[in-house]
Write a protein that binds this ligand. Structure first.
Ligand SMILES: [Fe+2]
Length: 343
């Protein structure tokens, strides 16, 4: 199945927002972008901190519960968007921990408008919201938190620091390639992912040079990646990165970047991988190596030691929800090999 529930709009935020006809009280969730002008909207600005926890959600809800807001306007990176999506479905008696997992959100009453300022998570179009609970990265998965509108404005992604630019872009690339190598992929999802990856290779250097054309290409890659994973979910790279993200506090994009090259090698001999290189007209492994060398990305050994490898492999192997959708079956030994290659 291939579906897109979100209306996706490209344009300047200040211009496009008025066409959405938002009525009543709005909750504006931001971290930094509170200088944007939303003329005519009645907004309460809630500041969101990075990497939300279940306790943060309760704290935020306490702050805004009396506002009786009608819609949520989220302007920020993945954490801001994810937090806003959960807040939009909370009521006074909601237990946030009970929303974690598949289809636990029973209803939806508020409009969600998502405006990404980074180009990685794709949260502006997904049914996912990640939060930390009991020292694990846990995911709320529900159609009821899919944003109604995604407003894509590349001006908001200008001046992202270089490291964040690289890592969020690689996160978006990973969404596309993992979905591409899902055993439940279909012709339309393949087309979506091929284009996402094309935008990545075309635009990564321009984005690293902070050119607006590059920011736009990375945002397109990110939106396509979001559409891909909301239809097909991620798999091995994210299963690995969830473990080191939670246990070693490695940021999401960087964690994915550490494992991407091992994943590419794992699929190197696959006919679909060879065809993908032809479709994109890129030697994917060579080009990826060039990107890593040029931008000097970190190694896994900067965060974990050799003695951690077995534990990371075991924890990753437990994530059957993600690993079971892989096109090529993976063993624990294969996972150890991919971790070793990332060291
Ligand atoms: Fe991701």
């Amino acid at each position: 199945m291939f579906s897109i529930k979100t209306k996706i709009i490209f344009g300047r935020t200040e211009n496009e927002i008025s066409d959405l006809n938002l009525k009543g009280n709005g909750l504006l969730c931001t971290r930094r972008h509170n200088d944007l002008k939303f003329d005519g909207l009645n907004l309460y600005n809630l500041k969101i901190s990075p990497e939300p926890t279940v306790d943060d959600l309760y704290r935020y809800f306490d702050e805004v519960r009396d506002l009786n807001f009608d819609y949520v306007l989220a302007v920020g990176g993945g954490s801001v968007l994810d937090t806003a999506k959960i807040l939009s479905v909370m009521a006074s008696d909601t237990k946030v921990e009970d929303l974690i997992g598949n289809n636990k959100v029973k209803s939806r009453a508020k409009t969600i408008v998502a405006i990404p300022t980074t180009h990685g998570s794709g949260s502006e179009v997904t049914k996912y919201a990640v939060l930390k609970f009991q020292n694990l990265k846990q995911t709320v998965v529900s159609e009821n938190i899919v944003p109604d509108y995604a407003l894509i404005d590349e001006n908001l992604a200008m001046n992202l620091p270089a490291e964040l630019t690289l890592h969020t872009s690689i996160d978006a690339f990973c969404h596309n390639i993992e979905a591409y190598f899902s055993k439940i992929s279909e012709p339309l999802t393949d087309l979506n992912c091929e284009n996402g990856m094309k935008f990545f290779f075309d635009g990564i250097d321009e984005a690293m040079e902070n050119k607006i054309s590059g920011r736009r290409k990375m945002l397109v890659c990110s939106v396509l990646g979001g559409i891909a994973i909301t239809n097909l979910r991620t798999n091995l790279i994210h299963a690995l990165s969830h473990v080191i993200g939670a246990e070693k506090n490695v940021s999401h994009g960087l964690a994915n970047a550490l494992f991407l090259r091992g994943y590419l090698k794992f699929y190197k001999g696959d006919e679909k991988f060879k065809n993908l290189c032809k479709i994109l007209n890129v030697d994917i492994i060579k080009r990826t190596d060039e990107i890593y060398e040029k931008y000097n990305t970190k190694r896994l050994s900067d965060f974990v030691s050799q003695s951690d490898i077995k534990h990371i492999a075991e924890k990753t192997y437990e994530n059957k929800r993600l690993l079971n959708v892989m096109k090529r079956e993976i063993s624990k030994e294969n996972i150890v090999k991919i971790i070793e290659e990332a060291m």
